[in-house]
Design a protein around this ligand. Structure first.
Ligand code: ATP
Length: 357
């Protein structure tokens, strides 16, 4: 397949829906983001945050109220979906039930003026790529959900679009197949080098697939970053909470100097690397992942175990430290190391594992 992936540039994009009482509802609120050619980017956020509306505006199924969308540098706002150099993979697969697999995949190419031989060549290549060889003559109802999703993917890929758009494509599959298919999608996307924009509300799907994740909330972008960036350096409490589990410990910044913040936490002091713009005297939250907190007889802060749950490969704790409830995930516990509810313990963490917001 020819490599011709394109970048997507979104500038000040908004979508306002008008409700029954003429009420305006801002589903997407002035978002801007640049997606690089060949990049796999996920729109992630809770239900109703505006991710599908954003994707549908890129595809041309929704008209933006304001703002611009560029594909490969060309403004595409005014183009109908079939004139845009994009292809969408839907949650519902949207296959033609009365066409066999070959014809489903070839459908879009047949609408173009391409020779039969060329169509066959392209379709055969894609069938091979998505692992459907030998199934060309079957009909969609003779395929499993995962296989139907491959057909939907092949049908989009065969058009060699500048960008591939995915609208929660794995939602109809069972949990195990979802995990398998997401690695397949990633492998195929990387092999072809195509730009992909993928909508999901499943954070593990977003983490495992994406070069970068766009985290949306109530129509705005909270953060754009690599999976590691959004996990380790969340910009907001919303991001930290939406991606994995996080503790938010109240603290005070005493001073900031040379990239180090002196912070008071529950009556103790800690020097923490800090690149933000808070000044000495400001209140802050320390974002601390449960797996980055240690529990033991010796340590930094005193606490009492209020919950201790055996999870097999790890122990889940909640420890009350002053006014804070600190969630801790302690890996591979030995039976003798497990602390029980009511026990006095110490909790510790490295300043390098703390992120100040
Ligand atoms: P989900 O994961 O549930 O699909 P989402 O993040 O994709 O959520 P959108 O489908 O983009 O959210 O919807 C954003 C908001 O806009 C929602 O509150 C939704 O109710 C509203 N909305 C979407 N389509 C319309 C429409 N055609 N008319 C009015 N409101 C709409």
């Amino acid at each position: 397949m020819e490599k011709r992936s394109k970048g997507v540039n979104i500038k000040n994009l908004s979508k306002i829906y008008i409700g029954a009482n003429n009420n305006e509802f801002k589903a997407v609120d002035n978002i801007s983001v640049d997606i690089r050619p060949g990049e796999f980017v996920t729109l992630l956020g809770p239900s109703g945050c505006g991710k599908t509306t954003t994707l549908r505006m890129i595809a041309g199924f929704e008209i933006p109220t304001m703002g611009e969308i560029y594909l490969g540098g060309d403004k595409i706002n005014d183009l109908p979906p079939d004139k845009r150099d994009s292809a969408m993979v839907f949650q519902s697969y949207a296959l033609f039930p009365h066409y066999n697999i070959y014809d489903n995949i070839a459908y879009g190419l047949k609408l173009k003026k391409i020779s039969k031989d060329e169509i066959k060549n392209k379709v055969d290549n894609i069938i091979e790529l998505v692992g459907l060889k030998g199934m060309e003559n079957r009909y969609p109802n003779q395929l499993s959900g995962g296989q139907q999703q491959r057909v939907a993917l092949a049908r989009a890929l065969v058009m060699e679009p500048g960008v591939l758009l995915f609208d929660e494509p794995l939602s109809n599959l069972d949990a195990k197949l979802r995990v398998y298919m997401r690695t397949e999608i990633r492998k195929i996307q990387q092999k072809v080098g195509i730009t992909a924009v993928y909508v999901t509300h499943d954070q593990s799907e977003a983490m495992s697939l994406s070069d970068r994740i766009i985290i949306m909330n109530k129509g705005i972008i909270e953060q754009v970053g690599t999976p590691k960036e959004v996990y380790y350096t969340p910009k907001t409490e919303f991001v930290a909470d939406f991606i994995g589990t996080a503790n938010f410990i109240s603290a005070t910044i005493d001073s900031v100097e040379n990239g180090i913040a002196e912070v008071s936490i529950c009556g103790k002091k800690m020097s923490i690397p800090y690149k933000g713009d808070k000044k000495g005297g400001s209140a802050c939250k320390l974002v601390l992942r449960p797996e980055a907190v240690e529990i033991g007889r010796e340590g930094f802060l005193e606490g009492k175990v209020t919950l201790s749950t055996f999870m097999g490969s790890y122990q889940d704790y909640v420890v009350k430290v002053g006014e804070e409830e600190v969630k801790i995930q302690h890996n591979n516990p030995q039976v003798k190391e497990i602390f029980n509810e009511g026990e006095n313990v110490k909790v510790s963490f490295s300043p390098y594992n703390v992120h100040i917001i």
